[in-house]
Write a protein that binds this ligand. Structure first.
Ligand code: DC
Length: 221
């Protein structure tokens, strides 16, 4: 019966959305979709195509190439035109421009359409910024995640370090604050908590505690 469930997980950058969403999907036997990876893939494509130079995004250049972008998820995460790119989309180069790329309405329209198709039969946990508000406004469960900014910066720092990427903590903290601001202030589907979303502050919660919190909400529904 849980195959038809649709769960939306939204919130700020580095609040652990994808970790929770992935665990939930595995526990409930649902598909997991990382919608942020799709925006990151478009940003990576823009960088490679020369539509983004010195952090300046040429929206017209990117929009003109949108039809040449094919995205899908597979065993190695996200694929861009057949190439596994999961290892390339979490770089600082992508971090610095992805919010601006995601503010382009044409980009959002294309990706939202793809996301809605992926969840058309339910059975999906999707994380992002507009999943409960725009992509799946009728989701069975909507979670809005928050965490203390310092904790979020530290998490991203550890994540990058584990991948052998040494980036100063202050630089990461600044990038997170900048992205929060851009994600919340953009005109097209900004990050906001849906009226019927449940807020989860996981600053001091373990993964297991977060999972219990969500499973508890599902069982009392
Ligand atoms: O979750 P993330 O940090 O990987 O997301 C990367 C960027 O994509 C983030 O700055 C906001 C944007 N995004 C969005 O606008 N809508 C989504 N559904 C998911 C991500």
């Amino acid at each position: 019966m849980s195959r038809t469930l649709t769960i939306a997980v939204d919130g700020h950058s580095s609040t652990g959305k994808s970790t929770l969403a992935r665990q939930l999907a595995s526990r409930l036997d649902l598909a997991y979709v990382d919608s942020g990876a799709m925006y990151r893939a478009v940003a990576l494509y823009g960088l490679r195509e020369g539509c983004i130079v010195d952090q300046k995004v040429d929206a017209a250049c990117l929009i003109a190439r949108l039809d040449s972008i094919e995205l899908r998820f597979g065993p190695e995460g996200i694929y861009l035109n057949g190439e596994a790119i999961e290892g390339s989309i979490r770089s600082m180069a992508v971090n610095e421009v992805v919010s601006e790329v995601s503010s382009i309405s044409e980009v959002r329209r294309k990706l939202v359409e793809m996301q809605q198709k992926m969840g058309i039969h339910g059975g999906v946990v999707m994380d992002g910024r507009d999943i409960g508000t725009v992509v799946f406004p009728k989701a069975d469960l909507k979670i809005y995640m928050t965490a203390h900014p310092q904790i979020r910066a530290q998490r991203r720092f550890e994540e990058l370090k584990a991948k052998g990427k040494e980036v100063a903590l202050e630089e990461i903290a600044k990038n997170l604050t900048d992205r929060d601001r851009q994600d919340m202030q953009r005109l097209d589907s900004p990050l906001l908590k849906a009226d019927d979303a449940l807020e989860l502050d996981n600053s001091d919660l373990s993964m297991e505690q977060q999972l219990h919190w969500v499973l508890d909400k599902l069982s009392t529904d």
